[in-house]
Design a protein around this ligand. Structure first.
Ligand SMILES: Nc1ncnc2c1ncn2[C@@H]1O[C@H](COP(=O)(O)OP(=O)(O)OP(=O)(O)O)[C@@H](O)[C@H]1O
Ligand SMILES: [Mg+2]
Length: 379
């Protein structure tokens, strides 16, 4: 099937180039879109998923929600729907030239702390936006975080597969067959939260836990529980206290403060954890050297970050004006004020233009089924 597709065209605008990988739900292809002179990634879900009308409507709901995400650290979804001929569900997204975190840890072992924290603060920024829009990722694992270079910035993570795990989470028809291979209904045992392991309803704090496990693994190249078979991790998440990170790899000399921060992210009870991705990010930021703190902040969601234009600038000039107005003629004051306004407008325009450039990595398509992406700053 995968070989047959190479060179074929779909949706009148994409041509399959190569198979990039297979996951639990389907296959991901690199494809080209000649009209836009760019590459895209197309995820084709297993055809058996399309045979279930309940899953098809769930897919549409999730993909629609996903296409509303605008955070720069979230992969952009251009288009989604169902192929007319085979009925397969598809998602067309931004093609990422990078390496996923799983491969990096496997190849390079434990990652230096400042680097790992800066990466995960950005991931938490992407999650914060999704959580605000009511989307819980549900399947955070190193394979779903890709490290790319964007506009010359290295270690720029992109989070993939938001909400898609909902497709395989619960079985709306008790007694009907499991969707694919054994274990698929459970998600990914090594990174799942205790409440996920118990099959409970999930909220953003479940993602906080999974990020805790991912970061633990990045920093130590080990998981927070004694080595065991993947399915046994489910029991560990529910009942075993995590091994303090400073004890896991003592040679690494990780700071004691990390024990507290990761311990809190990995609390069994979600009420005891960081209550939001933002809160977790704030705690992690305290571990960064001062020089790295401001740059890490850039990737938090736009809605939660102070506006880029300093409010003090206009206030300062307005404050000067009345004093001056009392002593000078009206004409001189008006000319002076106009100069200040022109300079400020130019500054604001410059800041907006540079801010947009950072986000507008790829121009969206004319969506067939997906919602157009909200402009940055739109509600
Ligand atoms: N937008 C993309 N750009 C480039 N490569 C991608 C993109 N999306 C996925 N991939 C790659 O395609 C491969 C398969 O991804 P897929 O999501 O199907 O598998 P997975 O993440 O291992 O499992 P799961 O189905 O649980 O998410 C992975 O190696 C992934 O890095
Ligand atoms: Mg994936």
């Amino acid at each position: 099937m995968s070989e047959d597709l190479i060179g074929k065209e779909i949706l009148g605008q994409f041509r399959f180039v190569e198979l990039m990988g297979r996951g639990g739900m389907g296959e991901v292809y690199k494809a080209e879109q000649p009209a836009m002179d760019r590459l895209v990634a197309i995820k084709l879900l297993h055809s058996k998923l399309a045979a279930r009308p309940d899953l098809v409507s769930r897919f549409r709901r999730e993909a629609r929600a996903m296409s509303r995400l605008t955070h720069p650290n979230t992969v952009r979804v251009f288009l989604y729907g169902q192929l007319e001929d085979t009925g397969q569900l598809y998602i067309v997204m931004e093609y990422l030239n990078g390496v996923d975190l799983a491969r990096i840890t496997r190849k390079q072992g434990a990652m230096e702390m400042t680097r790992a924290i800066r990466i995960m603060i950005q991931v938490l920024g992407a999650l914060e936006e999704a959580h605000t829009l009511g989307i819980v990722h549900r399947d955070l694992k190193p394979e779903n975080i890709m490290l790319t270079t964007q506009g010359g910035i290295a270690d720029f993570p992109k989070v993939l597969d938001f909400g898609l795990a909902k497709m395989r989470e619960e079985n709306p028809h008790p007694g009907s067959v499991a969707l694919t291979q054994a274990g698929m209904v459970f998600g990914t045992p090594e990174f799942m939260s205790p409440e996920q392991a118990r099959g409970e309803t999930l909220d953003p704090r479940s993602d906080v836990y999974s990020v805790g496990v991912i970061l633990y693994e990045m920093l130590t190249a080990r998981l927070p529980f004694p080595r065991c078979k993947p399915m046994e991790y489910i029991a560990h998440h529910i009942q075993t206290p995590p091994i303090p990170i400073s004890e896991r790899q003592p040679d690494l000399n990780l700071p004691k403060a990390l024990d507290h921060i990761l311990g809190k992210a990995l609390e069994k009870s979600r009420d005891e954890r960081y209550q939001s991705a933002r809160e977790f990010a704030e705690a992690l930021r305290t571990l960064l050297p001062r020089s790295a703190q401001s740059t890490a902040f850039r990737a938090l969601p736009a809605g939660g970050v102070p506006a880029p234009v300093k409010p003090s600038a206009p206030r300062a000039s307005a404050g000067n004006a009345p004093g001056a107005a009392g002593r000078t003629s009206g004409k001189g004051l008006i000319i002076g004020l106009m100069c200040v306004i022109v300079v400020l407008l130019a500054l604001v325009a410059f800041l907006l233009a540079t801010g947009k450039r950072e986000q507008a990595v790829v121009v969206p398509l004319n969506p067939v089924e997906s919602q157009p992406r909200a402009a940055p700053g739109a509600p």
